[in-house]
Design a binder for this molecule. Sequence first.
Ligand code: AMP
Length: 498
Amino acid sequence: MTIGASLAAAAAGNPKKTAFICEGRELTYGEADIAANRLANALVDHGVGPGDRVAVIAHNSLEYAVTYFGIARAGGVSLHLSARLAPDEIAHCLDRGDAVAVLCDPELADSISSTGRRLAVVSTGRDDFAAFLEAGAPEDPGREQPPDAPSSATYTGGTTGFPKGGLHTARSRLTWAEIAVHWFGLGSGEVMAVAAPMSHAAGGFIWFQPGVCVAATQVLLPKWDVPSFLAAAERCRVTATFLVPAQIALLLDHEAFEPARLSGLRKIVYGGAPAPPGLIERAAETLPRCEFIQNYGMTEIGPLVTLYREDRDRHPGALGRPSPRIECAVYAAPGSEAEPGEIGELCFRGETLMQGYVGEPDQTQAFFRGSDGWGWTGDLATRDETGLLTLVGRSGDMINSGGFNIHPAEIERVLLEMPEIDDCAVFAVSDPVFGELPVAAVVAADPSVKIAAEALLDDCAGRIARHKRPRRIIFVNEIPKNAAGKILRARLQDRYAG
Ligand code: AMP
């Protein structure tokens, strides 16, 4: 199977079924199939050849859905860049990716055309895109690359440096889809809201692509905000969605939220960042007819680990169990697996791994480390005797204080249990004696109540080892996080290092 063929299969069985809905417009599977052919032919006419890289920089839309399959059918490799990137980040990714053409939101077209790169720039604005498709023939040009050739890249990082694109084959992406369909229990009767960006691995290949594989109807949300999500879910009777934990929190706390408005919703798959303690339990109480499934996924490796209610009830905070389609190990050191309960780095090996980062051989080597095919996630975890994984933190976030490794998550867990604290992040500051010391940035639950830092530090004293206690508490209004809800520790370090 290839990416283009996955849409053809859905269209063959369901030509008149609504495939995609976006802001009141719709495409059936049959229409999407023909539009993808037209785009493929138009791209070929514009000089896109086998294996050429074509970037997409757009918000979720019907046009975006067509590009997924059209670029593949033209024989191209799609580079999915976030529409939120800054101009120099876009320029960097287009350079590293060696893109020959860009399909982008109309407001980006001018700035991309003026970068001086030799690129065909096509606007995904409704009329421009329709005119571009008009010029392409409606038959499949039959140029799609074989399943084991590079097919698409999605980008990660952004917390430091420039985004990195994980390049995957069609076989890898469609294995992701197979895992997602099976684990999330997706079927053709589903109405799936795509509330994460389709440019991200999670929104695009862990949610949107599996939806096409089962010929579900998908509601594409161009931008995330709670009122639009609620309105779309109500109007289209959405049955399933993928949300990052931050979106779930925003939803529950929004003044427009009423559980009755989501009465058709049966499934929320969540992941992309750790869920704060208690959030999923609160959401499950508020939406009792909804199943909550956690997925741990990664741009480089796919949807790997899933947590269902049974394990969550017994082990709140657990990550879940790995897919049998992929090898999983927790390595204390290269070649040496951690004992049950011991902290190590999560590693995966198998057909869902990326081929490498686009144009970044050094970073690719750093990810694979050796020649034995294991990908090193940078995530620290423990595994119990039954195989259940629990995430402990990121290896890069580790604080080394006087020779002791301290994981920020160990301290954050204790702070978050204190009723006075709403949110927090622990980070390292350098110290001439200890090397590094842990410092906590804290958001008060009630900003009008003055909390004594000493009281919080005393509270920590009885609950975590002495060397792990934060040496200072800094009160902040907000913890800096990226769009997926991951803490931007480097920003806190820059600000408070002195
Ligand atoms: P990205 O490839 O940008 O989606 O980032 C992948 C990283 O997000 C992983 O390596 C984890 O650190 C984090 N992550 C993804 N899913 C989860 C999850 N369910 N729980 C905790 N962290 C997660």
